[in-house]
Design a binder for this molecule. Sequence first.
Ligand code: HEC
Ligand code: HEC
Ligand code: HEC
Ligand code: HEC
Ligand code: HEC
Ligand code: HEC
Ligand code: HEC
Ligand code: HEC
Ligand code: HEC
Ligand code: HEC
Ligand code: HEC
Ligand code: HEC
Ligand code: HEC
Length: 453
Amino acid sequence: MSCLFPVAKITVLSCLIILISLWFLPAVSFAETCSTTNCHADLLQMTYGHSPVVEEDCSSCHEQIQEQHPLEEGSSFQLVEEGAKLCYQCHDQYGRKLTVHSPVAEGDCLDCHNPHGSNVGRFLLPVDHNLTELCTECHDSDLFTNKVIHGPTASGACTQCHDPHEANQPKLLKKPSQELCTSCHTEIAEGLANSPVVHAAVKDSSCTDCHNPHSAPAAKLLQKDIESLCMDCHADVGRTAQKAKVKHAAMYRPEKCGACHVTHFSQYPALLAMPEQNLCLSCHGKDDYSKSNPLNNIAKEIEGKKFLHGPLQEGKCSACHNPHGSDNTRLLKGAYPKSFYLPYTTGSYDFCLECHDKNLLRFAETSIYTEFRNGKQNLHYLHVVNKYKGRSCRACHEPHASNLKKLMSEEGAKFGDWRIPTRFIKTDTGGSCSPGCHQTYDYDREAPVDYQK
Ligand code: HEC
Ligand code: HEC
Ligand code: HEC
Ligand code: HEC
Ligand code: HEC
Ligand code: HEC
Ligand code: HEC
Ligand code: HEC
Ligand code: HEC
Ligand code: HEC
Ligand code: HEC
Ligand code: HEC
Ligand code: HEC
């Protein structure tokens, strides 16, 4: 329908006079409408016109209240309804959902929409697909301009996540927060559904506990650097890392916790990036790995060996070492001496005795607590429990693996520049050693050797 207001002749005439005086000659039959008179023709020429405007149904929104038009002062027209009611004549009313955007609730549709149309974008908006400029007329642009910017935010696709009018989720979100994120990040949805190990922090809470949806100060849209983020919830690990006397260099690399853990889900226990042993050996499987703190190549220590120390048979380095830090030498989980010799005190070997018989070093004579005895004489006691110069377990045993039974050391422990081989031979009832420490000695549990002879 065309815009046929009850227009006074004088108004049409004055329009015509102006037009003729400009030598502009449109068909007179159209001159009776608001737009084709060229007074408001621009409204019809908008690239994206509002349907009722395009159809010249001006009166659906405007009604004439003064006969004269145009007026020198004031307006001959008024809107048929106020605020949002004008729009709700034809559009569904907002306000039924949980959250309603403040300007929508106020009926200020025109804060965002041009009632007639737009020359730059759809939806009667003053912007094209990038909404940032529109939204930041009211919202603090700091939200969107931090160091790392999320793809959809950078392109102003606010309405991928937010409904501009109303929503059943908080913050005008179109879907529950996690579902929203995984609707684009489908690989994460799949991982969460199909992985044996899922981080409780990801499963049970919102992605935005750790990430900012718009822009963030830290890589991967993290709210803060990864270390403080993790330590917010894992304060115990944080304390260990900070206070440990022996610190693990792996914790202080740029990736921080990410040097070993993945964050969302994993195929492996403790959210490790790969099976634990492979992880440790990815660094400790090299010669001269650390210049400042020369360390054995553990892969070489283990490879092809006949006997692996119990926990290593399951690839559990962490049964003995605390990867986050420790007060004990070599990051061990309990007390263990650093040196070859040491004056024995109770507790010096708590680390080993956490898993092995507590009475190993308790009695000078025993017939049950160890096989390393000559008759009843406890040879562990003899070697280790010496107040002045006890020998540590490393004098005879390998920590990780050996080709000799009972993890007896083949190459021997480091003793200055030399290594003292044990040359251990096991028999059914005892054994013999020909170490660098002393002459060959046998021991026999059933027919004890008389060392005085
Ligand atoms: C969907 C409702 C709607 C329709 C249809 C509509 N208008 Fe409007 N128009 C408005 C509103 C609302 C305003 C007030 C805008 C403001 O206050 O910023 C307005 C303002 C105007 C103004 C004042 C100047 C301006 O641009 O702000 C003119 C002139 C105008 N309209 C002409 C027309 C003409 C001519 C038509 C038909 C071709 C038309 N309108 C159709 C809603 C409409
Ligand atoms: C007289 C009826 C009528 C009124 C009043 C009206 N509209 Fe519309 N509007 C329509 C029609 C018809 C369409 C086209 C719908 C379609 O294409 O599905 C439309 C489309 C729209 C669109 C989508 C435009 C696009 O590019 O897809 C927006 C946004 C819109 N209207 C906003 C408003 C606002 C804001 C108001 C109040 C200022 C309003 N409308 C008042 C009839 C109306
Ligand atoms: C804060 C800005 C803002 C306000 C205020 C606002 N809108 Fe919108 N509106 C938008 C944006 C942005 C879109 C485009 C939606 C999209 O991209 O999916 C839109 C789209 C629309 C559409 C067409 C698509 C649809 O969702 O149906 C209609 C109709 C509409 N708005 C009507 C209204 C009415 C009526 C009001 C007032 C009650 C209003 N809007 C207030 C920003 C706003
Ligand atoms: C005309 C001003 C205005 C514009 C333009 C505007 N907003 Fe808002 N918005 C507000 C106000 C006011 C609030 C309420 C703020 C508050 O409660 O602290 C709000 C709140 C919000 C909220 C939080 C809702 C909640 O429940 O906490 C979101 C999300 C939002 N706006 C998104 C947008 C998006 C997206 C755009 C652009 C399409 C936009 N806004 C444009 C004024 C505006
Ligand atoms: C990838 C999805 C996504 C995109 C894209 C997005 N947002 Fe958000 N926005 C969110 C989420 C999720 C929240 C809620 C954050 C929370 O709960 O901590 C939010 C919150 C908000 C808030 C409320 C802030 C507050 O502190 O309460 C505003 C305002 C807002 N967004 C505006 C925008 C604007 C404007 C854009 C486009 C420039 C945009 N958003 C783009 C997901 C998004
Ligand atoms: C509309 C689709 C979409 C939604 C919804 C979405 N994202 Fe994204 N996200 C992207 C795109 C696109 C990228 C950039 C991908 C790339 O660079 O490989 C991205 C990248 C990311 C990144 C990596 C950023 C970086 O610097 O490497 C994170 C983290 C992220 N999104 C988290 C989220 C979170 C959290 C949510 C929910 C609040 C979310 N995304 C919702 C599309 C989306
Ligand atoms: C406990 C904190 C935390 C939570 C909760 C969390 N993330 Fe992350 N996210 C991270 C960290 C840390 C990184 C970077 C290290 C990494 O890739 O593991 C990251 C990386 C990402 C990346 C980039 C991945 C890449 O390969 O570049 C995306 C995308 C992502 N997260 C999406 C999500 C989504 C979606 C959710 C919710 C389902 C979510 N995140 C929940 C901490 C978290
Ligand atoms: C919002 C709190 C929160 C944040 C932030 C958080 N976590 Fe967690 N994390 C948990 C909860 C809850 C558990 C499960 C309870 C537990 O085992 O303590 C868990 C468990 C773990 C586990 C053990 C998983 C298993 O199945 O054995 C690891 C490893 C872990 N988190 C690493 C991290 C890392 C790395 C970060 C930083 C990227 C991080 N967490 C950030 C809450 C959090
Ligand atoms: C050198 C590799 C490595 C680094 C770096 C590392 N972890 Fe671990 N983390 C592990 C291993 C291996 C386990 C499994 C140990 C176990 O089961 O006792 C583990 C277990 C965990 C657990 C679950 C068991 C526990 O001790 O509570 C949490 C939580 C955890 N790590 C958090 C962190 C945090 C937070 C960081 C960064 C501050 C971090 N990790 C850095 C290797 C590492
Ligand atoms: C990302 C590389 C990396 C990974 C993975 C790693 N480490 Fe380390 N580790 C190091 C570095 C570097 C040192 C040397 C520290 C130094 O120079 O002081 C070290 C030192 C050690 C030490 C000796 C500590 C000392 O000061 O005496 C032990 C024991 C150790 N790591 C065990 C492990 C175990 C067990 C794992 C697996 C849970 C592991 N490491 C994973 C890099 C790594
Ligand atoms: C049964 C306990 C146990 C297990 C399991 C274990 N270790 Fe050890 N590890 C030790 C002991 C004890 C030492 C100290 C040896 C010494 O100082 O004589 C040690 C020393 C180390 C050292 C320092 C080497 C050096 O140069 O002195 C590294 C590195 C190391 N272990 C890595 C690993 C890795 C990697 C794994 C898993 C593949 C692992 N450990 C499994 C007990 C264990
Ligand atoms: C986390 C537990 C654990 C710790 C700590 C530990 N071990 Fe073991 N050890 C085992 C397990 C399990 C076996 C395999 C037992 C079996 O096969 O009966 C084993 C086997 C041995 C054996 C071979 C015994 C046999 O009968 O073949 C020796 C020797 C040994 N450990 C010495 C030590 C020494 C020395 C220490 C301290 C430096 C130590 N262990 C620390 C768990 C541990
Ligand atoms: C002087 C060498 C020597 C020293 C030092 C030594 N061991 Fe042994 N250990 C042996 C011999 C030899 C056997 C094998 C006994 C047999 O089966 O005949 C053995 C066996 C073991 C066994 C297997 C169970 C048993 O008692 O028969 C364990 C466990 C063990 N030692 C732990 C330790 C621990 C812990 C230390 C340090 C506190 C240590 N050993 C110090 C020589 C030594």
